[in-house]
Design a protein around this ligand. Structure first.
Ligand SMILES: [Zn+2]
Length: 288
């Protein structure tokens, strides 16, 4: 056996005996021989192993500790912990917090305190965006200014304006802003859609631009011209045709995932006198 081959076989044996640890005396002896032949090589290996263990330990601590802290914080405050409170802790716990709040929203527990708070915050943010959009439209001369007060066209809960989806069946994933003209109301495919206001169907199509299967209804609410658009509906579920008169709350079709859509949801748009409004705030103000 050449010196090189012998060294290789010794190293192989070293690894094998270390793993098995059947004969510690033999192992020690072989290791000693290997060390004398290979110099620093075998002493470097345990050092490296210790370093790796330390690094892994540090990683585990880095990953586990903030998560533990976040969990502790949540349970201490019970259900009262809001997204904002979680965000105040640190950036890493915010990830945990946002994931935690997704589940109750998905289940459609809209009456729960936390989703309501989130919806309220979203509406406030949307109001700011709408104000900015209205200001831009005014500058461009594209339409009249639309303040928050203008949102209320009829008495809330009068029945003239209805929610387009059953309460508790959806959550709002995004609303008007940065090129997006409506509110995305996430609900299971097949959820019934109702006319938000009575009027005349202007569009009822299986393929309406990026909206896919869509319906547009022109209405007069509180003396103002209101157009509502319902997009991404399920193919073959439209219950009304163009030119038809519909009542507020009338069934018009079902939620789907057609057109430029990634997941079942209703894209709901509201235009008042030709100006875009934030649909959820508008619904709150008029549908009650
Ligand atoms: Zn949308």
């Amino acid at each position: 056996m050449s010196a090189e081959a012998q060294e290789e076989s010794l190293l192989a044996e070293d690894i094998a005996t270390t793993d098995a640890a059947e004969d510690p005396k033999k192992s020690r002896k072989v290791r000693g021989r290997a060390a004398s032949r290979t110099g620093t090589r075998s002493s470097v290996k345990p050092m490296r192993t210790v370093a790796i263990f330390a690094a892994v330990g540090a990683l585990v601590a880095a990953v586990a500790l903030p998560a533990y802290a976040a969990t502790g914080g949540t349970s201490a405050k019970s259900g009262a912990a809001t997204l904002q409170q979680m965000a105040a802790d640190d950036a890493q716990s915010l990830v945990v917090a946002s994931e935690a709040t997704t589940a109750p929203l998905d289940r459609g527990t809209y009456a729960a305190t936390t989703p309501d708070e989130i919806a309220k915050k979203k509406a406030e943010e949307a109001a700011k965006k709408r104000a900015a959009a209205a200001a831009a439209a005014r500058t461009a001369g594209a339409g009249g200014r639309l303040s928050d007060a203008d949102l209320r066209l009829v008495a809330a809960g009068s029945g003239e304006v209805r929610y387009p989806l059953p309460q508790g069946s959806y959550y709002v994933s995004r609303t008007v802003g940065s090129g997006h003209n409506g509110a995305d109301m996430v609900a299971p495919a097949g959820t019934p859609i109702f006319a938000a206001a009575g009027g005349v169907v202007r569009v009822s199509s299986e393929s309406y631009f990026g909206y896919g299967v869509a319906i547009v209804i022109d209405s007069v609410v509180g003396g103002q011209r209101v157009s509502t658009l319902y997009g991404h509906m399920t193919n073959g579920t439209r219950a009304v045709s163009a030119g038809q008169t519909v009542q507020p709350g009338q069934f018009i079709g079902k939620v789907g995932n057609t057109g430029r859509s990634y997941g079942a949801h209703l894209h709901f748009e509201v235009h008042v006198n030709g100006s875009l409004v934030e649909p959820i705030s508008w619904l709150r103000a008029n549908a009650g």
